[in-house]
Design a binder for this molecule. Structure first.
Ligand SMILES: Cc1ncc(COP(=O)(O)O)c(C=O)c1O
Length: 359
């Protein structure tokens, strides 16, 4: 129960009994894409035959895995495993490679599910503090563990570690390096070719963010075939439903739509970053579809979060070390950003910076 509540807090930013009504809400707390998925997804889903849902889906999601392998220059579907969202892929990775008592490492702050999954599995979890700019510290290169999870770009900071640091990690770390690329499509570069070069690299991806398919639940990992074979042993037989396989493939094939959606979000990200900086927030450089807006002034960040909520604008507040003075804000649509900026103008004192020049 404790984990269920924690996960809900992570996912929704609030706990049962606190939910506001959803109508008219500007929802900027879970990094969903504000734009709809490709029309080809809706068309594919509408045209689904009765037979397709009467029967079990393809247990191996083979067509989808073939398309993914071929897009990224891998030899075939045995380099790819699909899952019921990337969260399912993360859980599979731990089931496949970690024994209870083994150590799992991730940076801090980061996506909290790694720690939750480690605890559920009876693994020892070790967090390595990111430096003051939320970059990987030198210390991360010396850790010893069965598996390390590094989101790139990181959540909730949006900061992407340099590719060189990721290469060094894969070279020097004795265990498996799971690079969580949930937000990589919004970033200028990627580690997607790492499994060709490093036998311990696993790249996780999701259709939730850049393809606007959170509700469909579809994610995947790319790794060496011998690594993927271990995932296959622990996954549920039908872990990707028929609609997700079909809809995901339709989205994946509509590359023009995908690129224009991502470009729009990147443009909005620049706009939102400047608007927040003008309002006095410090914003670490984000390569994702969200921003961490750090605030040192009055009212405190927690009160800004509450005041936005009263205006039906939901952002994410973390009552956790190093994040108590911050809000994580999803890059929304143009209209959503305007509403947010207007609301902040009402809530915050006259424009000035909450940081001194020395911060
Ligand atoms: C870093 C990171 N990894 C994985 C996920 C999960 O993605 P999915 O919706 O595919 O389960 C999220 C979702 O917010 C995330 O932030």
């Amino acid at each position: 129960m404790k984990y269920a509540r924690e996960m809900l807090r992570e996912v929704e930013g609030y706990v049962p009994g606190e939910q506001p009504k959803m109508a008219g809400i500007v929802k900027l707390n879970t990094n969903e894409n504000p734009y709809p998925p490709s029309p080809r997804v809706l068309q594919a889903v509408r045209e689904i035959s009765t037979e397709l849902i009467r029967k079990y889906p393809d247990p191996g999601s083979v067509r989808l895995r073939e398309a993914i392998a071929s897009r990224f220059g891998y030899g075939g579907p045995d380099w790819v495993v699909a899952g019921n969202g990337m969260d399912d892929v993360l859980a599979m990775a731990i089931r496949a490679f970690v024994d209870p008592g083994d150590t799992i490492v991730s940076p801090y702050p980061t996506y909290t599910l790694y720690e939750t999954l480690s605890a559920l599995h009876g693994a020892t979890f070790q967090a390595v503090q990111l430096d003051g700019e939320f970059e990987l510290p030198e210390e991360i290169h010396g850790v010893k563990a069965r598996m390390i999870f590094i989101p790139r770009p990181n959540a909730p900071t949006g900061v992407a570690s340099p590719i060189r640091a990721m290469e060094r990690l894969c070279r020097e770390f004795a265990g498996l390096v799971f690079i969580d690329e949930a937000y990589a499509d919004f970033c200028g570069d990627t580690c997607i070719d790492f499994p060709k070069r490093f036998e311990n690299a696993i790249i996780g991806r999701t259709f939730s963010k850049s393809y606007s398919l959170c509700g469909l639940r579809l994610g995947y990992a790319i790794a060496r075939p011998e690594v993927i074979a271990e995932f296959m042993k622990v996954r549920d037989s039908y872990n990707v439903n028929a609609v997700a396989q079909l809809g995901g493939l339709a989205a994946f094939e509509d590359t023009d739509y995908f690129q224009s959606s991502v470009a729009r979000i990147r443009k909005n990200r620049d706009w939102l970053t400047s608007a927040l900086q003008d309002a006095g927030f410090r914003v670490p450089p984000s390569q994702a579809n969200f921003l961490l807006a750090q605030w040192k002034g009055t009212p405190p960040a927690r009160e800004i979060f509450a005041a936005l909520r009263e205006r039906a604008i939901i952002v994410r507040y973390f009552d956790a070390p190093r994040l108590q003075d911050s809000l994580r804000i999803t890059v929304g649509s143009e209209a959503e950003i305007e509403k947010l900026i207007d609301a902040l103008r009402e809530i915050l004192p006259a424009p000035s910076t909450s940081f001194s020049v020395l911060d």
